[in-house]
Design a protein around this ligand. Structure first.
Ligand code: ADP
Length: 709
């Protein structure tokens, strides 16, 4: 047998898996048929394998295999037709053909030739006696050997089909496992997952979707999203979004509303992506979403709160600023920046202590370590301070009162439900492109016990410029002491005069009684005058006295004032010179008259009588600047020292304290004049030369629109 034939036979045996084939009853039938046709006691189908000759089917013997080269089958394989050994003792081996423990004299074998041309074994018959097959028997044996080939072919094909169907079942099982896995994942995740086909129909609606919408997967799958889930007013936009995605342009993130089965409206943030099919074309669109309804509401509330806080910060008069742990300014309101002489943006990020709190009121350096604001940060307590100064950009300072309150931010532990909520919110925020830095800082309540929870993130300082309050306090103290002094003096005289009369000590001297009563009347008048002046001043100062401005002729007002003061002037031998024929002012005539009579009364009082010729008081008026008239009252009296020219306009201020006694003044006349002129928007001042006289000047507007203020 050639090496090629051997190799080809072994390959064919392998290909048909004949070495391991189980016993086939059909082949046994063929063996039996061969024995019957050939009239032999034994028949077998042999396969000549590498190390043995196996008897896969047999009739009349019960043996599975024999060693190679023990049967004539290997000779039969090489031939074309049936090979016969008529008498084995002569033609094959002296002992005949031994198969197991039996020896046979006759052998005939028809090769089994597979379609590939390889002869793999024989259908053979054995007999105990020498003999030969008839031609019909030979033909039948050949025919039966072809039937064996057909059977082997069929068996192999059936086996292949069995393998293929088993493989298909395996794939199906694997696919089922995969599908179940994907379903389990989709149903376990908290996110909403919807899968659309390219027509827009929903093919997958996971459990989170069911829970949120109140619809079951069966209600929704196969339908378009806009059939049930999208509110009517949003359908057009929803379809447009879908079409954009289908054409390949992915708004990977978008938001819209879902309408639940029970009518609830939820806002969802979606992220969509395309799934390609086996041909690389868009097969499905998968959209994952997060319900952000609560978060959006919270954000809207937060925005409203921020707007509200901003408008509060912008509208309050107090300065408010926030510092981080390094004392850098993180936020500052317009009032604070304005008080300090900066623009807010100039201050942000700068060290507040170095900028405005570097020096104490007495000029000594203020070390950051000593600063109460720093202390507030370190000790986490609210601090109030009222005796310090802040420094402006221009180098000037002003007294301040401030409250520093630390900002404590709550600690969040890992695993906290709040953290989880924030995490989810953050994911949704990311999807929506919103800023994540939403501060949860909370300020400790004022005067609250020290909070040991959370960590300090900064400090908020609210301050007020208290210069005006300090000045008012000073004025109030001064006013009270002056008023009490001014009231007490006439009251004491009044009490003394009345005491003398009532005591009866003067009954013998009636002229002294009337003198005492005159003193009492004079002091009572002075008290009335004082109280009237105080009330007058208070009413002008508080803007209670409304101005009734009208176009008024200053000349007329001069003449009215002169007429009113004429008797008083005559007493002092003083005469008036009026020089203001054509000047008109836009003013309240009664108030201007009051100012003029005050000034004229002073001019008369302080004009020393000058013999027979007397003294003159000049009343002049002229237009001094556009829209402004200058009015002057000039006397030829004693004059006012230069250093007193300004302070005589303050309340109860006189050049000489004895003036009030000698001249009967209260020290409030000029303060009233200044208030009236200021109310009109004008200014008043005095010039003087000692021994020669004084001039009081004041300006008034000439037109309503020219209010000088
Ligand atoms: P009084 O009621 O004391 O006059 P005023 O406020 O009107 O109060 O004046 C304050 C002080 O100013 C006077 O007491 C006086 O010392 C000084 N004074 C005011 N007018 C004149 C003037 N024309 N000549 C000199 N001194 C004047």
């Amino acid at each position: 047998m050639t090496g090629f034939a051997e190799q080809s036979r072994l390959q064919t045996l392998d290909q048909y898996e004949l070495s391991e084939m189980p016993r086939d009853p059909a082949l046994d039938d063929i063996s039996r048929l061969a024995a019957q046709i050939c009239n032999t006691p034994v028949a077998a189908i042999t396969f000549v394998e590498k190390d043995r000759i196996s008897l896969r089917s047999r009739y009349g013997i019960d043996i599975n295999e024999v060693p190679r080269h023990t049967l004539p089958c290997e000779i039969a394989l090489a031939g074309d037709g049936v090979y016969q050994v008529p008498d084995a003792q002569h033609d094959y081996a002296p002992g005949g053909i031994s198969v197991g423990d039996r020896c046979y004299r006759f052998y005939a074998g028809a090769p089994i030739v597979m379609p590939s041309g390889a002869a793999i074994g024989c259908l053979c018959v054995f007999d105990n006696v020498p003999r030969a097959l008839s031609p019909a028997q030979i033909e039948s044996l050949e025919s039966l050997s072809r039937t064996v080939v057909t059977r082997l072919e069929l068996t192999a094909r059936a086996r292949q089909m069995d393998h293929a169907s088993r493989a298909r079942r395996g794939v199906e099982r694997a696919l089922t496992v995969e599908r179940n896995f994907v379903s389990a994942v989709l149903d376990t995740v908290g996110a909403l997952v919807v899968v659309f086909d390219t027509a827009g129909r929903i093919v997958r609606f996971n459990r989170a979707c069911e829970t949120l919408s109140g619809y079951t997967s069966a209600d929704i799958v196969g339908k378009y999203a806009w059939e049930r889930l999208v509110p009517t007013e949003d359908i057009a936009e929803h379809i447009a979004t879908f079409h954009r995605m289908r054409s390949g342009s992915f708004p990977t993130s978008y938001e819209h509303f879902w309408l639940g089965a029970c009518g609830s409206r939820r806002r969802i943030a979606w992220t969509a992506t395309a799934l390609q099919d086996a041909r690389g074309q868009m097969g499905f669109i998968i959209a994952t979403g997060i319900d952000i309804t609560v978060q959006v509401r919270a954000e809207e509330q937060l925005r409203a709160l921020v707007r509200q806080s901003n408008s509060v910060l912008e509208s309050v008069g107090d300065g408010i600023y926030g510092l981080d742990l390094e004392s850098r300014i993180t936020v500052i309101n317009p009032a604070a920046a304005q008080m300090l002489g900066y623009r807010p943006e100039e201050m942000l990020g700068r060290n507040m202590h170095e900028l405005v709190h570097h020096t104490r009121a007495d000029g000594t350096p203020y070390l950051p370590a000593d600063c109460p604001i720093q202390r507030s940060l370190v000790r986490r307590e609210t601090i109030r301070v009222s005796n310090e100064v802040f420094w402006r950009k221009d180098g000037s300072s002003f007294p301040v009162e401030y409250v520093a309150r630390p900002q404590i931010e709550a600690d969040i532990e890992f695993g906290d439900a709040a953290l989880l909520r924030r995490g989810l919110a953050s994911t949704a925020q990311l999807a929506r492109g919103l800023p994540l830095a939403l501060s949860v800082a909370s300020a400790a309540a004022p005067d609250a016990p020290r909070d040991t929870e959370g960590h300090t993130v900064g400090v908020v300082v609210a301050f007020a410029d208290i210069s005006e309050r300090n000045a008012l306090d000073r004025m109030k103290d001064e006013f009270i002491s002056t008023v009490s002094h001014e009231l007490r003096t006439p009251l004491t005289s009044l009490r003394a005069a009345l005491g003398l009369v009532a005591g009866g000590a003067l009954t013998e001297r009636p002229e002294r009684i009337s003198q005492m009563l005159n003193i009492a009347i004079g002091n009572a008048d002075r008290l009335v005058q004082l109280v009237n002046d105080i009330l007058e001043l208070e009413s002008i100062g508080s803007d209670k006295a409304e101005l009734h401005s009208a176009m008024s002729s200053v000349g007329d007002l001069f003449r009215r004032a002169a007429a009113l003061m004429q008797a008083f002037a005559s007493k002092f031998n003083v005469e008036f010179v009026i020089e203001a024929e054509c000047v008109n002012v836009w003013a309240d005539p009664e108030r201007v008259l009051q100012t003029l009579t005050n000034l004229i009364s002073n001019a008369i009082k302080f004009s020393a009588p000058t013999g027979a010729d007397g003294s003159q008081i000049h009343l002049t008026a002229r237009y001094s600047a556009a829209g402004e008239a200058l009015i002057e009252v000039r006397d030829q009296g004693c004059g006012i020292p230069e250093d007193k020219l300004e302070i005589i306009f303050d309340r109860f201020k006189q050049v000489d304290a004895s003036d009030s006694r000698a001249m009967g003044g209260t020290g409030l006349g000029l303060a009233i004049c200044r208030s009236i002129v200021a109310q009109h928007g004008g200014t008043i001042w005095a010039t003087s030369k000692l021994g020669e006289g004084s001039t009081f000047h004041f300006t008034l507007p000439t037109h309503p629109s020219n209010n000088l203020r």
